[in-house]
Design a protein around this ligand. Structure first.
Ligand code: SAM
Length: 242
């Protein structure tokens, strides 16, 4: 239950160096040891601002997408958030093992997983406008109407996603449940902070392909010859104050 969950009272109180030790030195006000892509930066220290988590996989499960994203977007810090303790620990152990296996490189140093109930504490972890991508892959469908309030897409939660996202950032959704797909499309389309991304833009985005192929649920659906329904939404700029 939630009292067993630990979460920072504000994003600045989070010690990210525990999760990304190769990139951040230990402090609640992260100072930079060596930012992602520091080779390209040729020794120029990156600012704390640029060495922050920018990609979140909400309800990451066993982390298939995290492990696929890590080498594909090495310049970004990727975080999986998962509510189940044992599943979170499994992902954390796997990250540790992969890092050790490739200790002579920075492989998998940009990926981490923590236990969180994202329906309650998302703004405790991220600043306004921080995230560039949020993945909602095969969320629990909560079929019955009285359970719809447990869905991780709703008008209220979409406002929280909008708050932590940068204008232009994308929310990626995928499910094999038609009713849930329609629910997610409806709630994002009617939200003033989002617009749906066009089909042709989806085809040009490598993360869409990874989400379809690399999530554990996606693989399961594939084995069962199921349908995968994809929809992405772009965070719009906030309108100017009147
Ligand atoms: N995204 C993974 C995939 O596609 O393979 C896992 C999908 S699984 C059906 C849904 C996951 O969301 C479960 O691991 C569940 O524990 C997690 N989850 C459900 N509610 C959550 C919440 N409020 N905060 C964080 N994770 C949650």
């Amino acid at each position: 239950s939630d009292h067993a969950l630990t979460y920072p009272s504000a994003p600045d109180h989070m010690d990210w160096s525990l999760y990304y030790p190769a990139y951040l030195s230990g402090s609640t006000q992260p100072s930079i040891v060596n930012g992602p892509n520091s080779d390209r930066a040729q020794g120029t220290p990156r600012t704390a601002e640029s060495t922050k988590v920018t990609i979140a996989d909400i309800g990451c499960g066993f982390g298939g997408l995290l492990f696929a994203l890590s080498p594909q977007i090495p310049d970004s810090l990727v975080l999986g958030l998962e509510i189940r303790t044992s599943v979170t620990e499994y992902v954390q152990e796997k990250i540790k093992a992969l890092r050790l296996q490739q200790a002579d490189s920075k492989a998998y140093q940009n990926v981490a997983c923590l236990r969180a109930n994202t329906m309650k504490f998302l703004p405790n972890f991220f600043h306004k406008g921080q995230l560039e991508k949020i993945f909602l892959c095969f969320p629990d469908p909560h079929f019955k109407a009285r359970k719809h309030k447990a869905r991780i897409v709703s008008s209220t939660l979409n406002s929280e996603y909008a708050y932590v996202m940068k204008p232009g950032a994308w929310v990626y959704t995928i499910t094999d449940v038609k009713d849930l797909h329609e629910w997610m499309v409806e709630h994002f389309e009617k939200h003033a902070s989002f617009e749906r991304v066009r089909e042709e833009d989806l085809k040009a985005d490598k993360c869409v392909e990874l989400m379809i192929r690399e999530t554990e649920e996606g693989k399961k659906v594939e084995r069962n010859d199921g349908e995968k329904l994809v929809a992405c939404f772009r965070r719009l700029e906030d309108p100017p104050w009147p």
